[in-house]
Ligand binder design. Structure first.
Ligand code: GLN
Length: 192
């Protein structure tokens, strides 16, 4: 049995819950810091990263989330969630939670391509993974401990560092649950 939380300060929460559903998996909508304590993994949804950071600080989630990551517990950030996890953000002095050795660029797709969908190969997850991009960030660079999981053209759009997973797009907005189920398997392995 694993327990996975979805941080519910802003953004799509219910969609993530649906994608995470699996046998022997309890899913928790996280609104209070205390709920983090007995989780085996956490999802940071999309939304607006600056707003999410403000709410993280306001509700006292900053240190507990850092500790969660420092304990090596799995974390999965989609879109704004990936920005929160990045060590560096283009044009900013500091990252937010900064738990992954990678640099991101916010809103990296031009106006005409603000939102689009495509199918991607994601290493370890599968072929033709439906990916919805909404004012998405790009992963500009990754450190040597970071595995590139997926590219859109030449651009990195999904990466993994140990138990940490990040993607530029929104796998939760599709019926394809494979990316989330991959995260569930990471959580299960980490718990053993
Ligand atoms: N552009 C948003 C940000 O910078 C992310 C968009 C999203 O999560 N869909 O935080």
């Amino acid at each position: 049995m694993v327990k996975i939380g979805v941080l519910a300060l802003q953004g799509a929460v219910r969609e993530h819950v649906n994608c995470l559903e699996a046998p022997n998996t309890e899913i928790v909508i996280v609104k209070k810091v205390e709920q983090l304590h007995d989780l085996d993994g956490v999802v940071l949804p999309g939304g607006e990263s600056t707003t999410m950071r403000r709410l993280i600080d306001l509700y006292g989630f900053y240190e507990p989330l850092k500790e969660f990551a420092a304990a090596g517990k799995p974390m999965f950030g989609t879109c704004a969630g990936a920005i929160l996890m990045a060590g560096q953000i283009e044009g900013q002095d500091e990252g937010h939670l900064a738990v992954m050795d990678m640099k991101v660029q916010r809103n990296a797709f031009g106006r005409q391509r603000e939102s689009f969908e495509t199918d991607l190969h994601v290493a370890g997850v599968g072929e033709d993974i439906r990916a919805v991009f909404i004012r998405a960030p790009l992963i500009l660079e990754v450190g040597e401990n970071v595995q590139v999981l997926s590219k859109y053209g030449d651009e990195i759009v999904a990466a993994r560092q140990g138990n940490f997973l990040a993607c530029s797009f929104h796998p939760e907005l599709t019926d394809d649950h494979r990316f989330h189920q991959f995260f569930v398997s990471i959580v299960e392995e980490a718990k053993q």
